[in-house]
Design a protein around this ligand. Structure first.
Ligand code: ADP
Ligand code: MG
Length: 351
């Protein structure tokens, strides 16, 4: 199989015929998209790099494909956008296409990618395919671009929060970090075997597109972003963008059962700093009566935004006994050796 065969295979598997938004998909120099009337176009791009975001000896290929697409979809969800089309650029070591085990890896990668794409009706409208450098030791690199749409002026931003707003999160936190930790600890090391995508917050996270869409359409959120790097890091982004401080009530945090099993201390670390949960973190005026679930996903109030005051910490964690401590952004940050040394070595911690 060569590059052209691979593109042909991708094209056959991802017919865009049924998509209203893609006037011309894979096969020409550019795709042609038709955004809905009255909408703005939103664009996001995310790398998935072997050794950084996944390991071939630990992650099933379906999970790599799923997570590649999920990361882009989650960014659209965070803005309340509806996906129009995805574009996937792949760099592959030569033997992936020439050896049957490699071709099987690619097929399974696309199975995972496609299953999630079909669930959210996201057509794959193009991409690029290239051989990666490094011969046999070459790495698999994938870059996903997602194009979405949102009613003009309505996309949910990080910057709309005000002091007094309540802070909410969808779903549960810490599950992805807990599952990743279990996968990394397992001996002998092997590719995780899974029979269903349910209940695998690290391997098969669920982008919250329906919840983001509902927040936008029902005008429920003042600010929103997705929890990709960890609550502490992502909340800091929201606070800075909105010009406010935040208080988080530790007892209110909805901690994933996989994380709870690790004991109270580890569970709290997972929930605050774990990252890759791909839940939505959003704010709304205290007067808004927030439903207990949105688009079938539970919503939990975890704190409030407060006025920014000189000398006061950006974020405060309030313990169950009422004691307060500064909450530092300690989630994932690329190229920040000081921040990440407390965690496992960069290479060992795919993110
Ligand atoms: P060009 O050289 O003009 O950029 P290519 O030969 O790279 O064209 O691609 C041919 C067609 O196949 C294009 O429509 C492109 O979007 C699509 N394509 C290439 N690689 C991929 C991929 N990995 N996934 C989806 N579509 C792809
Ligand atoms: Mg090209």
């Amino acid at each position: 199989m060569g590059e052209l065969d691979l593109i042909e295979q991708i094209r056959n598997n991802f017919a865009c015929g049924s998509s209203k938004s893609v006037a011309l998909g894979i096969g020409d120099d550019c795709a042609i998209l038709h955004p809905p009337q009255g909408c703005e176009v939103l664009v996001t791009t995310d790398f998935t790099l072997e050794g950084r975001h996944f390991r071939r000896d630990l992650h099933p290929p379906e999970s790599v494909g799923h997570r590649c697409l999920a990361r882009g979809l989650s960014d659209l969800a965070a803005m309340g956008a509806t996906p129009l089309a995805a574009f996937l650029s792949l760099a592959l070591p030569a033997q992936i296409l020439t050896e049957s085990a490699g071709r099987a890896w690619i097929t399974r990668f696309f199975n995972g990618f496609q299953a999630l794409g079909e669930m959210h009706e996201v057509p794959l409208a193009g991409g690029d395919t290239s051989q990666s450098t490094g011969g046999k030791a070459g790495l698999i690199l994938a870059d996903i671009v997602l194009i979405g749409s949102a009613p003009r002026g309505k996309a949910l931003r990080r910057s709309g929060g005000s002091a007094g707003d309540a802070i909410y999160v969808t779903g549960q936190l810490g599950g992805a970090a807990a599952e990743l930790s279990a996968i990394q600890r397992r001996r002998p090391k092997r590719v995780a075997r899974v029979t269903t995508t349910d209940g695998h917050p690290h391997l098969f996270p669920e982008p919250r597109l329906d919840a983001g869409d509902a927040l936008l359409r029902r005008n429920l959120a003042t600010a929103c972003l997705d929890v990709s790097d960890g609550l502490s890091t992502d909340l800091a982004h929201l606070c800075r963008a909105s010009g406010v401080n935040a208080e988080i009530e530790q007892a209110a945090l909805p901690i994933h059962p996989l994380s709870r099993k690790r004991g109270a201390k580890a569970a709290l670390q997972d929930a605050l700093h774990g990252g890759e949960d791909y839940e939505l973190l959003f704010t709304a005026p205290a007067s808004v009566r927030m439903p207990s679930s949105i688009a079938g996903v539970p919503v939990t109030r975890i704190g409030a935004l407060t006025k920014r005051r000189p000398g006061q910490p950006l974020m405060t964690l309030v313990a169950p006994d009422g004691s307060r401590e500064t909450l530092k952004p300690s989630g994932w940050e690329h190229f920040s050796p000081t921040k990440n040394t407390a965690k496992k070595a960069l290479k060992k911690r795919p993110r």
